[in-house]
Design a protein around this ligand. Structure first.
Ligand SMILES: NC(=O)c1ccc[n+]([C@@H]2O[C@H](COP(=O)([O-])OP(=O)(O)OC[C@H]3O[C@@H](n4cnc5c(N)ncnc54)[C@H](OP(=O)(O)O)[C@@H]3O)[C@@H](O)[C@H]2O)c1
Length: 295
């Protein structure tokens, strides 16, 4: 979606390893971009508990270097962060000014990244998103569909509440906001005065258990397997008949996760007039209008 706004130079791990600060500096100095969009991260939440140094290098130190270099050339840094900066003890949506209190290494290192960017004093937008899924890669949606071809019963945590957010909705919102900043929509919006943290998630809230039921409901309704669905299920029939709600305590993981991490998007909506659809609508959309390749 970003190419609609201007020339985009995508860099993957082969071209730029984020554990090497020197590579980050020389890439930014040679490309001299107007915007740096950093969607890369160390996202293996459980593995991070025992791999702290690498998680910190990618989630905290790399964004710090990007922010420092961006400031030198007057570029703006767009960074993605996470609902896992919160401890999950609230029962109403978190806003950006609620105190962060991450409960795991991943959340701590992402928060360090946020703080380094803010401390740089350069123009930035930090978008905290949550429960991201997509029709490719590794994520909850694809795991559930695969398991549903293998097991009649799925046991899924019901005491964690959040807002599952589709990757293309994050891309769409980011593109809309950058288009505004570049003056392509609603007149130019300068980053001066709007630099900061914004929550950017699907509307509504659900549990992993209810999300699973919704995935299986949608999957049961589709008349023909789309290519992404065929790849997710290996063209096998779904045999899952029961979804059993369980407690987190019955499914121990190395990293502790927030029990409630719904984020209020009011600041995003008020500043940029951008509102993401409800999580149920987002889920439905991939079954009726599959994402284009590469989104
Ligand atoms: N997934 C979620 O539920 C979730 C929730 C909240 C926030 N977020 C945030 O949203 C953003 C995107 O998350 P995601 O789930 O899309 O991540 P993802 O699927 O795990 O992708 C992470 C990307 O980072 C790249 N990467 C990792 N280490 C790298 C390194 N040393 N050098 C260069 N590239 C490296 C990976 O490259 P390879 O493919 O080569 O490994 C991959 O392309 C992240 O900032 C994440 O913290 C995600």
């Amino acid at each position: 979606m970003l190419p609609r706004i201007g020339e985009v130079t995508p860099l993957d791990r082969e071209r730029l390893d984020l554990t090497r600060p020197g590579e980050i500096r020389s890439a930014i100095r040679s490309f001299r971009p107007s915007f740096i969009v950093n969607a890369a991260a160390y996202t293996a939440v459980d593995k991070a508990e025992s791999d702290q140094a690498v998680a910190r290098a990618i989630n905290a130190e790399a964004p710090a270097v990007m922010a420092e270099e961006a400031k030198k050339i007057g570029a703006s840094l767009i960074q993605y962060s996470t609902d896992y900066v919160f401890d999950g003890t609230k029962t109403t949506p978190y806003d950006e000014d609620d105190p962060a209190n991450p409960q795991n290494v991943y959340g701590k290192t992402k928060l360090e990244g946020e703080r380094a960017i803010q401390a740089s004093g350069g123009a930035h937008l930090i978008f905290r998103t949550a429960w991201v899924y997509a029709t490719q890669g590794r994520n909850f949606l694809l795991t559930i569909l695969r398991l549903a071809t293998q097991r009649e019963e799925l046991r899924i945590v019901r005491d964690h509440v959040g807002a599952p957010t589709l990757n293309r909705e994050i891309a769409r919102a980011t593109t809309q906001i950058l288009a505004q900043i570049c003056g392509q929509e609603r007149g130019p919006v300068s980053l001066v005065g709007v630099s900061g943290i914004y929550h950017l998630t699907a509307g509504g809230e659900t549990s992993w258990y209810d999300f699973t039921n919704a995935i299986l409901e949608e999957a049961a309704k589709i008349p023909d397997a789309t290519p992404w669905f065929a790849a997710a299920t290996g063209n096998l029939p779904l045999i899952a008949r029961r979804v059993v709600p369980i407690l987190t305590s019955e499914y121990p993981t190395p990293a502790k996760r927030p029990a409630y991490s719904v984020l209020s998007n009011a600041r995003l909506n008020g500043t940029f007039s951008v509102k993401l659809p409800d999580w149920r609508e987002q889920l439905h959309s991939i079954f009726v209008a599959p994402p284009a390749e590469g989104v």
